[in-house]
Design a protein around this ligand. Structure first.
Ligand SMILES: [Fe+2]
Length: 181
């Protein structure tokens, strides 16, 4: 019984695909920084590929939350207004960080031979660690706050919210967002 309750709460706002993508990208960042020159260009290519995947998953996360989950909680649990405002501002901050990281990746790609293992690679690694930490913290706090609010919804409201999210995912506008029942 306890396991079932935990599972339902965990699935409310957790995006497993995003969490997995963050971890994979972080792994390639470490390889880029610490493996030798012989692997540098291959690792850089993987860093970009995993970053694009991370960015896609993040956009799906933002889209479902901002178009469905946040408005739903504002309407049904008004006291979530303040945390939802904070989460929305964190989404904007994360997008700024994503753009900064993308610019550093482009810079390293322009002159990989000169920049291995150069200053920009170290900067990319440090900004990447900051970004992944920020995203993980965002997901943890969001999940903790919204799963509590989820517990205050009536059964029919939970069902309505599930249906709205599932419809959004089914339309293909938010691929990668998991919503298990
Ligand atoms: Fe979020």
């Amino acid at each position: 019984m306890k396991t079932h309750k935990k599972r339902e709460q965990f699935e409310l706002c957790n995006d497993e695909a995003l969490t997995r993508s963050v971890g994979e990208w972080e792994g390639w960042l470490k390889k880029l920084r610490y493996e030798g020159r012989a692997w540098f260009e291959g690792n850089l290519s993987s860093v970009r590929a995993r970053f694009m995947d991370f960015q896609d998953k993040l956009r799906s996360h933002f889209q479902v939350e901002e178009s469905i989950i946040f408005p739903f909680f504002r309407r049904h649990i008004p006291r979530t207004d303040a945390p939802v405002d904070l989460f929305s501002s964190e989404h904007r901050e994360i997008m700024v960080l994503m753009r900064t990281v993308m610019e550093i990746i482009r810079t390293v790609e322009l002159s990989p031979a000169l920049l291995c293992p150069g200053q920009e690679t170290v900067r990319l690694s440090e900004m990447g660690v900051y970004l992944t930490s920020y995203v993980r913290h965002h997901l943890a706090v969001e999940n903790a706050i919204l799963k509590k609010a989820w517990g205050e919804l009536r059964s029919c409201e939970k069902e309505a919210l599930r249906n709205l999210v599932e419809a959004k995912v089914a339309k293909g506008k938010a691929g990668g967002v998991s919503w298990k029942r």
